[in-house]
Design a protein around this ligand. Structure first.
Ligand SMILES: [Zn+2]
Length: 171
């Protein structure tokens, strides 16, 4: 696929690489399953830099609009994506654990090539809201207050992507 962009992470940082591209939402096969439809385009920019301790890092910025399904009326709900993520490149598992203890940054094992397409898709999935509903005045269904409080209770159940987040940490 033409939208795939693969980098050798440490080389990318060494060359202070910057790459910008657009990806149609329809190309994201994992994300697509979670959406109302696959309309829309996201843009991303990935750049390599060294942090203040001269450690190699990546900065990813993703913007765009996707169509979620309102969990109340089941109709289309436009969701704006505007996310930034920072990653420390590490060379081994020990360093990986160390960085993962720091909540402000994720670690990526820099021993193999990195598919930026996969990274963009994963970050979008992780950023999705736990429950998505239209604002009351835009939703087709207005629930009586008593039912609405039950809906709120259910929103505390497990995030559908919690397992994915866990997978990412241990991977
Ligand atoms: Zn709705």
């Amino acid at each position: 696929m033409s939208v795939r962009f693969v980098i050798t992470p440490l080389d990318f940082v060494r060359n202070a690489g910057v790459h910008y591209d657009k990806i149609p939402v329809s190309e994201f096969t994992r994300l697509r399953d979670l959406l109302f439809d696959d309309g829309g385009v996201v843009t991303y920019q990935i750049s390599g830099y060294s942090d203040k301790n001269n450690k190699p890092c990546l900065h990813l910025e993703v913007k765009g609009e996707i169509h979620l399904r309102c969990q109340r009326c089941l109709d289309k709900l436009t969701h704006v994506i505007d996310l930034q993520a920072f990653f420390r490149l590490v060379k081994n598992e020990a360093e990986l654990d160390q960085v993962n203890d720091d909540d402000t940054m994720d670690a990526i094992l820099a021993t193999s090539d990195l598919d930026v397409f996969d990274l963009v898709e994963e970050e979008i999935i992780l950023s999705l809201p736990i429950s998505s509903c239209h604002p009351d005045d835009e939703c087709k269904i207005h629930l009586p207050e008593s039912i609405e409080s039950n809906v709120d209770d259910q929103s505390h159940s497990a995030h559908p992507f919690a397992t994915l987040a866990k997978f990412k940490k241990t991977n």
